[in-house]
Design a protein. Sequence first.
Length: 317
Amino acid sequence: MAHDQPLFAACAPGLEPVLAEELRELGFAATETPGGVEARGEGGAALICLASRIAETVRLRVYDGHGDGFEAARAEALRRFGADADLHVRRSSGRVSLSVDAAGEPLHRRGWRARIGAAPLRETIAAALLRLAGWNGDRPFLDPMCGSGTLAIEAALIAARRAPGLDRTFAFERFPGHDAGRTARLRERLRAEARPVTVPIHASDRNMGVLRLAQKNAAAAGVEAVVRFERADAATVLPPPGGPGLCAVNPPFGVRLDEDAAGAWRSLGELTSRLPGWAMAVLGPDRGLERLLPLSPRQAIPIRNGGLACQLLSYQL
């Protein structure tokens, strides 16, 4: 697998600029395109699979040209990558592109989530929300409506500089001629970047059942000693010491309306008065409930999470 081969990294609609920025930091030349980012760079698909927190998948571009060359390109791709290769075809304006899936399982499946609820927050979207808020693990963190713990766990993994794909295997590792030694060296380089977490990361929820699930997920992710979970209502929770920090939250909305979404958002509004100087990042609906907060967002980025129209909202309290 050539390491300067054209790549396409897919992401949730709306996150193309965020993914492009992340890939540039990883050393890629990256260009936004609808649904993802065209990229090329040293490390190739292996680096994106192992290190990107925002990409949903990554594909190797093996052909991009007129339709009359497609069948020959397809035959060459099957010989090169094996008969079981997952090929993706896109046709537009008389041209056709052919790509092969280098990831396999979607990249948001980090491997630590024990169970998901009715409206799961994808790990990739949680990471994007944290990135937009400037989270890098240098200040306290609070999620007052943590549910199964996705935001707090992603925050802990980012603070620890633990690449998300280190303990997974990917489709590209089964390609004929794959350089296993090179991938092993890349894994070790990324693993060596890990560091201890030195800031408080607190997560709370009023539902004891989901807190138990969050604790199981944190243990599976290896951050159970880093994240402090407690049962508390968002309206009364106290922030961790050492602030100001970042409050990141995914309040109920959409299919979670049976949880009294409006009441939850009002509780979040009450909490903001106890977080002077903090930054706040919220995954909210595409309109409506954010008006229950006592301030206006500095930034609102429309995205889709599991088919639901949402916004990534950022505030300065």
